[in-house]
Structures are given as structure tokens and as C-alpha cells.
Ligand binder design. Structure first.
Ligand SMILES: [Zn+2]
Ligand SMILES: [Zn+2]
Length: 264
């Protein structure tokens, strides 16, 4: 398998080095790794986290001792926020990435994973609506990304008992999101970390993947969102099975910002 979403110790929450992933790849059944460190801008957000130093990240990537059995790509997972558009464009425009995942981690100025205030006083529906509307706004505002990361990731947080979204409940937002992604030639990431979080689905769920396909979307990448070597490639076989169920016969890996397709 080819894993297109991997974090190393260069990300604030990564626990394995690039070289350790390379050494573990064969054992984990992975023959291509795209490193995608977190790059979020925290303007106006109370946090001790700091924004990635992309230059030192690229230097570490270039210093890797290659392995014959595993190909590597230099990517990034950039946190899209309307408020930080200029800074984000500077990062995506000035570096020679193979792959750019655009993700929403901070929505309405709050980091959903760490700040429960995002959900305070909102029903589940209201909170998810704020999230999906900002995702749509991000897709409108940004062109320099290849796939949208873990599209329904909001379901992990907020402590609501129902940890999924039904397509019909957010049909208006999801239709607009998928239409715009397709119009802009952007793909969807299928992120298998959902399984790790105890969900019975990757992000996004089967209904969203099916609808993207029905509408003509063809670019899907597979990523484990690994933060340590024993998560490399985890859940990708199940996610690939779900993609076949959604009607896909191929998945993509981005090299030099262009999709290369492989059989599922
Ligand atoms: Zn993410
Ligand atoms: Zn990630």
C-alpha cells in the first residue's frame, strides 16, 4: 500500500522519525510514504503549539537515507483558515511539495481537538454546520491544495453520542462542498485514522465517498494519519475496501503535485 498521510517528530504530536518510518515500511506492507507534517497557523488561538518550520522540515526530508523498497514524497498537511490566508499561501506557494492536504483543524478560531469552547452552547447539528460551512469557505478561498483532509473529522469531537454524519442531515453543505471540490479538480482524502478513534469508518464516511464518485469525483488518496511507526499503513486495506464499495477502482498518490493512479 501507499500511505499518503504520515506525521513524524517534526509535527507537534508525532512520535517516530522519518528514518524510523522508512525502516518500518516493509514490515508494515507500505512501499510508498508521503510525509505530511502539520502546518497550522494559530493567530488568535490560545495554544502552546507552534507553527511548523517548513524549511527545516524539508532539510530533514532531503537528509533521509533512501531505501530501495520504499519511495517517499514530501508533502504537508496545511490547516486552512480564512483568517490566515496570506500566511498559508506563502507556505504552499514557496515550497516544492509533492502533495498538499488541506485540512480544517481550527474552525471559527477554535481548535476543535483541544478547545471544547467550540462546541459550548451549540447542538451537535449547529456545531457541525459551523464546521462544514467553514470547510466550504476554505475551498472557495484556497486553490493551492490537492485533497481535502479527513472531511468529516468534526464527528470525533464535541462528545456527542452519535459519531457520524448522515448525508441527508448536511445535504446542502456537503453537496456544495463536493461540487466545488470537483469543479476545482480537487480530491478527497480517505483517512483511516477513524478506525483508530473507535469509529466504524474512515474519514469521510461511505455515503460521502459514494456521492463524490456519483458526481464525477475521481481523485481519492489513502492515508493512515500515522503518528508513530506502528500506525503506518493501519486501516488502509479496510479503507480501500470501502472505496471499492463506493465504486472506485483506483486511488491516487501525488508526486510533484500530480496524481498517479493505482489499482485498488
Ligand atoms: Zn489533520
Ligand atoms: Zn494528520
Amino acid at each position: 500500500m501507499k500511505d499518503s498521510h504520515v506525521h513524524t517528530t517534526l509535527s507537534h504530536d508525532g512520535r517516530s522519525t522519518m528514518q524510523e518510518y522508512l525502516d518500518a515500511a516493509a514490515k508494515r506492507g507500505v512501499d510508498e510514504i508521503t510525509f505530511t507534517e502539520h502546518c497550522d497557523f494559530y493567530d488568535g488561538v490560545e495554544t502552546s503549539l507552534r507553527t511548523l518550520d517548513v524549511r527545516s522540515c524539508r532539510d530533514s526530508y532531503r537528509a533521509l537515507a533512501p531505501k530501495k523498497c520504499v519511495r517517499t514524497n514530501f508533502g504537508i498537511e496545511i490547516g486552512l483558515r480564512p483568517e490566515c490566508r496570506e500566511k498559508i499561501l506563502a507556505v504552499t506557494g514557496e515550497n516544492d511539495f509533492d502533495f498538499i492536504i488541506g485540512s480544517s483543524h481550527i474552525t471559527a478560531g477554535r481548535d476543535m481537538a483541544f478547545d471544547p469552547a467550540f462546541f459550548a452552547g451549540k447542538t451537535r447539528h449547529e456545531a457541525y454546520e459551523v464546521y462544514f460551512r467553514e470547510v466550504l469557505e476554505n475551498i472557495r478561498l484556497f486553490d493551492d491544495f490537492d485533497v481535502y483532509g479527513h472531511l468529516d473529522y468534526v464527528v470525533r469531537y464535541g462528545g456527542y453520542p452519535e459519531k457520524t454524519v448522515s448525508y441527508d442531515e448536511f445535504r446542502e453543505e456537503l453537496e456544495a462542498i463536493l461540487d466545488l471540490l470537483i469543479e476545482k479538480g480537487k480530491g478527497l482524502e480517505v483517512n483511516s485514522s477513524g478506525y483508530r478513534y473507535g469509529l466504524d469508518s474512515p474519514h469521510p464516511n461511505l455515503a460521502i465517498l459514494k456521492r463524490y464518485r456519483e458526481k464525477g469525483g475521481r481523485i481519492v488518496t489513502l492515508g493512515s494519519d500515522a503518528h508513530q511507526t506502528d500506525q503506518l499503513g493501519a486501516g488502509l486495506a479496510e479503507a480501500a475496501e470501502l472505496l471499492r464499495e463506493a465504486g472506485f477502482s483506483e486511488y491516487a498518490v501525488f508526486r510533484e503535485r500530480r496524481p498517479v493512479f493505482f489499482c485498488l
